[in-house]
Design a protein around this ligand. Structure first.
Ligand SMILES: [Fe+2]
Ligand SMILES: [Fe+2]
Length: 174
């Protein structure tokens, strides 16, 4: 069966489709999402996030996938024309801190304030990420990290998506 080619504009920021329900997630969205993240989402370092719980029963890996998916949808809803590659990679790596944050002996300082630095350090060490991805990770805990105001549209979108997903995971303990 022949597969419909992906519109190259879809992988960057162009999206000419009519706006619909913001939560829509169809075959084409799935294909774009998987194409951008296919190497990263199967990487052993990223898969290590499956070993740690984020909120409720959700693993850090599943949390980051959800944040990436919501970031994609928010970008479409807001017509923010983000660089989709950077947006999704940054979202997937934003919590790559790689420890059990519920156990205070596994990390120094307060997790909420410090984990963005750990995630950024790990992301730079393991992946060839650019400035946009680094900014996304560095500022995703704003306004808790009050001085780290997101400076790019991609960082704003992931910052909002993270709050939305975290609230849902915490309220529903899923
Ligand atoms: Fe985080
Ligand atoms: Fe997060």
């Amino acid at each position: 069966m022949s597969r419909k080619p992906i519109d190259k504009g879809s992988l960057t920021h162009k999206n000419n489709r009519k706006p619909g329900k913001w939560r829509r997630w169809d075959k084409e969205d799935r294909l774009i999402f998987n194409t951008i993240l296919k190497d990263l989402s199967d990487h052993p370092t990223v898969l290590r996030m499956k070993d740690y719980k984020q909120h409720g029963m959700t693993s850090t890996y599943d949390h980051c996938i959800s944040v990436a998916r919501v970031s994609y949808k928010l970008d479409r809803l807001l017509h923010s024309h983000c660089d989709r590659g950077a947006l999704l990679r940054g979202a997937l790596l934003h919590d790559l801190f790689l420890y059990d944050w519920h156990d205070p002996t596994t990390h120094e300082g307060l997790h909420g304030y410090r984990h963005a630095d750990s995630a950024l350090k790990n992301a730079i060490e393991h992946f060839n990420i650019g400035r946009k991805e680094q900014d996304i990770i560095h500022s995703h805990m704003w306004p808790l990290n009050i001085t780290r105001i997101p400076k790019r549209r991609e960082a704003w979108v992931v910052c909002m998506a993270d709050k939305y997903v975290s609230l849902g995971e915490t309220l529903h303990r899923r």
